[in-house]
Design a protein around this ligand. Structure first.
Ligand code: GRG
Length: 298
């Protein structure tokens, strides 16, 4: 029987939303302004690609969805924080995200900074296991905290963002471009797959295989993001298009040309599909995810 991937995605995303809703203070909890701002960005839409990747990686190694929910929720919180901060006037100065006005436009700059900070902190609260009672092996949970810290910090996403900012308006080569993409976007995707495998109970070989899978689809995802910024429809994207060129950002289409960029994303996706073949039907959602990432319009 072939997998109904749209249904798979919708069910997993709904489970993630329920989990996030339960693990964030309500909008009426004092001080209400910060909780409103955190919830506004977290529930403004979003494809939930990273948490679904966590769950699918767990399922590939025979783990449950419940076991990895803290990691799935944590990934989405960190991703959302990065979007809030990336849109700030001091960074990309953007007014549209997930089809809505950005956090600083609605709540002001100070509250947007704090909402991002609070989501980042809450993510580690969830993963460290102090925010729920889920029974995870303490050694694996500790490893998971380190994986997430590395992926979100200077060795990962922040490192990529720094080189991205410092490369604006400059002519940089393919190596710097790869560094930016692998760190800014790839690190969280790799961490998502690694965390799913780790907390789902996978062995070291499976964890390594799925981390590589996450890395490949992370790069493919960012290349498509670069292409969509040139060719995409703003109403489908839910964010401003054409901003990379305006900001003098270094992108795949700019360094390699649009056709080569498309081929590279396709190659990465096919590699990733091959990588999860040993998991058989348990790896099918991951293969579908790898294909969907390069065929997306938003
Ligand atoms: C400012 C702390 C900080 C980090 C910046 C990840 C990042 C680094 C900035 C976010 C903006 C950006 C262009 C990131 C690249 C990754 C990317 C394509 C994000 C958009 O992810 P989607 O498409 O968004 O999964 P949704 O809204 O669907 O969740």
């Amino acid at each position: 029987m072939t997998l109904d991937f749209d249904r798979y995605l919708a069910e997993r995303a709904a489970a993630v939303n329920t989990y996030l809703d339960r693990h964030l203070p309500s909008e009426t909890t004092y001080p209400v302004s910060i909780h409103r701002a955190m919830r506004y960005s977290l529930f403004a839409g979003g494809k939930r690609m990273r948490p679904v990747l966590v769950i699918a990686a767990s399922e590939a190694v025979g783990g449950s969805q419940e076991a990895v929910m803290p990691a799935a929720g944590a990934l989405e919180m960190i991703h959302t924080y990065s979007l809030i901060h990336d849109d700030l006037p001091a960074m990309d100065d953007d007014s549209l995200r997930r089809g809505n006005p950005t956090s600083h436009v609605v709540f002001g700059e100070a509250m947007a900074i704090l909402a991002g900070d609070a989501l980042l902190t809450q993510a580690f609260h969830l993963l460290a296991g102090t925010a729920d009672g889920s029974p995870l092996d303490p050694e694996r949970r500790l490893r998971a905290v380190v994986v997430l810290a590395k992926a979100a910090g200077v060795e990962g996403m922040i490192g990529g963002q720094v080189v991205d900012i410092e490369s604006e308006g400059k002519k940089v080569g393919p190596e710097t471009l790869d560094y930016i993409h692998h760190h800014k976007t790839g690190a969280l995707m790799e961490a998502a797959a690694r965390l799913g495998a780790l907390l789902g109970g996978g062995d070291e070989q499976e964890i390594d295989r799925l981390a590589r899978f996450g890395n490949e689809i992370g790069l493919a995802f960012q290349i498509i993001d670069d292409i969509l910024d040139v060719e995409g429809d703003e109403s489908l994207l839910g964010k401003s298009a054409g901003k990379d060129q305006k900001a003098g950002k270094v992108t795949y289409p700019q360094v390699h040309g649009i056709e080569a960029a498309r081929h590279r994303a396709q190659d990465l996706s096919e590699h990733a599909v091959d990588r999860v073949a040993p998991f058989g039907t348990a790896g099918e959602p991951l293969a579908c995810l790898a294909r969907r990432i390069v065929n997306r319009h938003s």
